[in-house]
Design a protein around this ligand. Structure first.
Ligand code: TRP
Length: 456
């Protein structure tokens, strides 16, 4: 019988818990998706709404997932089975496991791209790309090369997950997250001191409230959910490895703080640099970090090309580290489920998840090349379909169900015990009441409104 079955693994320290959860949250969502959204939605005003969504919706939902995970000490599917056996709530557990697997199938493709750019920048090549759009398209549409990079990034994730919770996830998070933060500070410092950076800084700091529309609010909430890794069992699974003395609200607050800081700092890395180079638009869309930035790296450092190369290398290293720690957290829910439900070894379970993700991820990757015109599902390519369904459907639906479950079904005694660490850290009764009320009414209604509006 596998070891995990007798004594379930857990994280070794509070710092490890925070860094692992922050590693899950800080990902492509922060460094790649956030700047894209900020650029498309008008800068500072979007950031304000985003921060509001994180505080008002994100943190409470994260706490709810922590409660469910740490109380049951089980993988997401079995957690709901234990808390509400024989009811329809069990569906949420399976949805979490499935959504994780589903997201990984396309997340791994983009992680592969970051690995490719990391390799190229390590060789100093990014500085020599003359036609960055053509370069990006030639790479992503190649029938084999992107597959290799996707598989390689999945293998790195595999090697961590196979080593388990403390030896794999916690150890690598403790190594990679501080590295990521240091790189981030160096990049911000370089970027804001570039000539002409002021307009980029102003873009990020001076809100133009006329830009706020319903669409902007929706995008901000979607981005907050995605960036905080909530609503799909990821943090619930990590919380099942939390120790009893970890403080759930404080942990959620720290994770949200780190995640938001990294997102905003990414803005400060990218926009001052983008604005300092004339002729480059801030709303370049998803190609921003792969197409626009290589141009910026060259143009901004024409006098000192080695500095441009170093900047590029550090940027893609940051992007890859962020992607890898998030991939780990998306890999773990299905892996933990397979281990605990089917009583197979961690080795086998990790292998099944990795292999199946590479297989299906291949379809997503090929939809930029040979399968570009294959649109079996609602006129979308495989990649777009996976992205759309998970971010726009599974995440909001999961968020609504988690809130309803916590508000209406979950035993108040469990909530109280988890939030007070079994009574050792008292929390004002009013706060507990407010939390339950929020989960019963506010969160489900808010998310439903946004969800329905978005699909209309
Ligand atoms: N939050 C990660 C990012 O910003 C991605 C991620 C990890 C995620 N786990 C998740 C997104 C769960 C949604 C749900 O890139």
């Amino acid at each position: 019988m596998p070891q995990d079955m007798e004594k379930r693994a857990n994280f070794g320290s509070k710092l490890g818990i925070i860094l692992a959860a922050a590693g899950s949250a800080v990902g492509l969502g922060n460094v790649w998706r956030f700047p894209t959204e900020v650029g498309a939605n008008g800068g500072a005003a979007f950031i304000l709404i985003y921060v509001l969504c994180v505080l008002v919706l994100g943190v409470p939902l994260m706490v709810a997932e922590f409660i469910i995970g740490r109380h049951t000490h089980k993988n997401t599917a079995d957690a709901y089975r234990q808390l509400a056996p024989g009811t329809a709530w069990v569906f949420q557990g399976y949805l979490g496991v499935f959504t994780s697997w589903f997201i990984l199938c396309y997340y791994a493709v983009v992680a592969g791209w970051t690995l490719k750019y990391l390799m190229e920048s390590a060789l100093g090549e990014v500085a020599h790309i003359s036609e960055s759009t053509a370069y990006f398209e030639a790479f992503t549409s190649h029938p084999l090369i992107p597959l290799g990079y996707m598989a390689a990034s999945m293998m790195m994730c595999h090697l961590v997950i196979v080593r388990g919770v403390q030896g794999g996830i916690e150890r690598s998070s403790k190594l990679m997250m501080p590295m990521l933060l240091v790189i981030m500070f160096v990049l911000v410092a370089t970027s804001v001191t570039m000539p002409g950076a002021e307009s980029g800084v102003a873009f990020l700091l001076r809100p133009d409230f006329s830009k706020i529309t319903a669409d902007v609010v929706l995008s901000a909430m979607g981005q907050a959910f995605f960036s905080l890794s909530i609503a799909m069992g990821c943090l619930c699974t990590y919380a099942s490895y939390f120790t009893d003395d970890a403080k759930l609200v404080k942990t959620a607050g720290s994770v949200a703080l780190i995640d938001t800081l990294v997102a905003i700092m990414s803005g400060f890395v990218i926009f001052p640099a983008v604005f300092s180079v004339t002729g480059v638009a801030p709303d370049a869309g998803p190609g921003l970090v792969f197409i626009t930035l290589p141009k910026v790296f060259q143009a901004a450092f024409t006098d000192v090309p080695w500095l441009g190369a170093a900047f590029a290398f550090m940027f893609y290293l940051l992007l890859f580290l962020a992607a890898l720690t998030s991939m780990m957290s998306i890999h773990e829910p299905p892996t933990a489920f397979l281990i605990e439900r089917f009583r197979i070894s961690r080795h086998t379970a990790t292998g099944i998840v990795t292999a199946s993700v590479i297989a299906v991820g291949t379809l997503c990757s090929l939809s930029f090349g040979p399968l570009r015109d294959v649109r079996p599902l609602f006129g979308m390519t495989f990649f777009d379909f996976f992205d759309f369904v998970s971010a726009k459907i599974f995440l909001p639906v999961g968020g609504i169900i988690i809130a309803l479950f916590t508000g209406w079904r979950l035993d108040r005694a469990i909530i109280t015990a988890q939030l007070t660490n079994n009574g050792t850290q008292p929390v004002p009764e009013a706060l507990l009441k407010a939390f339950v009320f929020f989960m019963k009414w506010v969160a489900p209604i808010a998310i439903t409104l946004i969800f329905v509006y978005e699909l209309r």
